[in-house]
Design a protein around this ligand. Structure first.
Ligand code: KG4
Ligand code: ZN
Length: 347
């Protein structure tokens, strides 16, 4: 049995978790930076500064909630990529400091790898291989997961991520950032068949996605039909119709992948996996095909350190089993990609 302290700070959530390799998640504290909504998106510089301000107290709170101190910890984990570069550096340097001070092994963990397994943190009866759909503000990727260490990318978005589409379209509708939860709520009182928006690439024959066409289509539709404003019921109808077109594509490709690869279990993860219509439609469609559907509880849909600690716990147990005793501090190198430099302000 090992206890892992994990830190996640890749975007606008500062999170710390304690994960027990046998019992699972013991504590998971998430502090969300709600102030970004005033800017219409995540401002990287402000995000980094808020991480600096809260990371220490969130970590202490996580250890306190677990009823332990740092001296009980066997290994550390931190999100190393992808993400906003300044935000990642805060988490990485903080965790590196702890590793040096307390002489603990440190596991750099890929954020998407964390999301892949976040749907099974509480439900480990899942069967390998399974299909994992990671849908967030920055990513839309479909994986076939063969084991805790092996996965194939079946497809991904060729332009906007699904969450990005929700956020950008919400902005066009005059709604607040982040747009996904607002559209989800409005859609509940709307008619999803009121308008027919494109389901891009739904029948493309591969597992890639595209959401920028939907964004453009909504833009022109609003300019043509709602130039003078949108009334309340129409706003709900638009929200429901737009949401349905995104959800249809996500469901259809996930189901097709599970059929083509003969896989029983399908997991969704990432911020968009909180979408109530996506969860309901997946459940409904998959049951018809004798498939099993898993979705994380809401705390694990958003960015969280529990998913990072979960992967690190698996890696640490494997290394202990293989007889590894001496751990050296990893060289956390950051790939400065276009994505990590992206300012997530929705224009
Ligand atoms: O995984 P996440 O917290 O951060 C990233 O790594 O991006 O995902 C945030 C994204 C945002 O685009 C947000 O609008 C979307 O998840 N989101 C939702 C819902 N809740 C959050 N999208 C649709 N429906 C929701 N209920
Ligand atoms: Zn994420």
């Amino acid at each position: 049995m090992s206890l892992i302290l994990a830190i996640e700070s890749s975007c606008d959530e500062t999170s710390a978790a304690v994960v027990d390799s046998t019992k699972g998640v013991i504590s998971n504290i998430i502090s969300s930076q709600y102030f970004h909504k005033h800017y219409g998106g995540v401002v990287p510089e402000l995000a980094s500064r808020a991480h600096i301000k809260y990371i220490s107290q969130i970590t202490t709170q996580s250890l306190n909630n677990a009823g332990i101190t740092i001296k009980d910890i066997d290994a550390l984990a931190v999100t190393s990529e992808p993400g906003l570069i300044g935000s990642l550096i805060v988490g990485a340097n903080f965790t590196k400091g702890l590793a040096i001070r307390y002489q603990l092994p440190l596991y750099p963990i890929n954020h998407i790898e964390g999301h892949i397994f976040s749907g099974i943190l509480e439900n480990q009866s899942i069967e390998f291989p399974f299909i994992s759909l990671v849908v967030s503000g920055g990513h839309t990727v479909l994986f076939k997961v063969n084991s805790f260490t092996s996965y194939d990318v079946l497809g991904s978005t060729i332009d906007d991520a699904a969450g990005e589409a929700f956020d950008k379209i919400a902005k066009m509708l005059g709604l607040q950032y982040p747009g996904g939860p607002v559209i989800d709520k409005l859609a509940k009182s709307g008619n999803a068949e009121a308008y027919n928006f494109p389901r891009s690439m739904m029948h493309s024959g591969d597992y890639n996605f595209s959401f920028s066409g939907l964004k453009t289509s909504v833009k022109y539709f609003l300019a043509k039909n709602f130039a003078l404003g949108i009334q309340e019921q129409e706003l709900s109808n638009l929200a429901a119709s737009i949401q349905e077109s995104i959800v249809d594509v996500l469901c259809s490709k996930s189901l097709r992948a599970s059929i083509e690869y003969g896989v029983r279990d399908i997991v969704i993860a990432g911020g968009v996996s909180a979408n109530s219509r996506l969860r309901a439609k997946m459940e409904f469609e998959l049951i018809q095909h004798w498939k099993k559907f898993y979705a994380p509880k809401l705390e694990y849909c958003m960015d969280n350190a529990a998913m990072i600690g979960f992967i690190a716990a698996k890696k640490h147990e494997q290394e202990i089993e293989s007889g590894k005793k001496n751990f050296t501090l990893p060289n956390l190198r950051f790939k400065v990609s276009a994505n990590s430099l992206r300012t997530r302000i929705i224009k």
